[in-house]
Ligand binder design. Sequence first.
Ligand SMILES: O=C(O)CCC(=O)C(=O)O
Ligand SMILES: [Fe+2]
Length: 315
Amino acid sequence: MAAGGAFPVVDLAPFFAEGDSSGRARATEAVLEACRTHGCFRVVNHGVPAELMARALKLSAAFFALPDDEKARARQAEGTVAPVPAGYTRQPAHSADKREYVLVFDPKLGFNEYPTEPAGFREAVEECYAKFTELGLLLQEVLNECMGLPPGFLRDYNGDRDFDFMVAHHYFPATEEENYGLRAHEDGNCITFIIQDGVGGLEVLKDGDWIPAEPVDGSIIVNIGDVILVLSNNRLKSATHRVVRKPAHRHSLAFFLNIHGDKWIEPLPEFTTKIGEAPRYRGFVFNEYQQLRMRNKTHPPSRPEDVVHITHYAI
Ligand SMILES: O=C(O)CCC(=O)C(=O)O
Ligand SMILES: [Fe+2]
């Protein structure tokens, strides 16, 4: 089998073909199974052009290869009101995560700081952003179906796209001393898409083992985030994943289908009162959880058990 065979693969082609309802049902079932077992899966035939993804990764690598002072020009100006800082950020040298990144919001919000070089970076990023948004909305419909929710429930519940963002990551090569790129975590949002260059290093925890989400050209890794985990009262998993650095520079793009910061998140009645099951989480305002997660990064607790995860709200 091709690289990545151990990983669930879902072919989304039926969603782009007229009238293939049995194909759609099979794909929806495959998504549900992957969300139950892994909390993540690989999608193919997803509607995002392979050429576009390759171009965005290549231009992103070209940006990160620029001298530091050039990159620093794409830092966000002080005092902007974006929910998290847009533009270029480099993790401080003492940080456990050895990476730098550029974060972009929906271009129409006006938060983004683009580098002037390389030419075409902005266009590629914005095209990717638009395509990932479309795919996010499609997968949100699929999850709505998987969860047996009333038609359009998630679309209405999560109808504000102003909190989504996309991150272009650059991980520095591993050294002899350490190789952590991004420590084990779950994404706090609804759905994440990851595309990566050929270096590898993304891994997902499954039954106590780390399994590689290997680079497969043209495919996209989908992670289920904590919001879906909580809404479904643990029926759908959020993937625990990490990036282990390899001896080479690695580039990836991660798109986060998020939710409005003011949203109240709690297990839905379909998974609790309607079926006589107890909620496994207390309700919370999404922004509160995001702030706590942000604090994990800005003021890393010295004891690992003090890092806030979704279990913070577990009952
Ligand atoms: O770079 C990657 O492959 C993963 C990124 C990731 O997990 C994240 O940004 O939350
Ligand atoms: Fe992640």
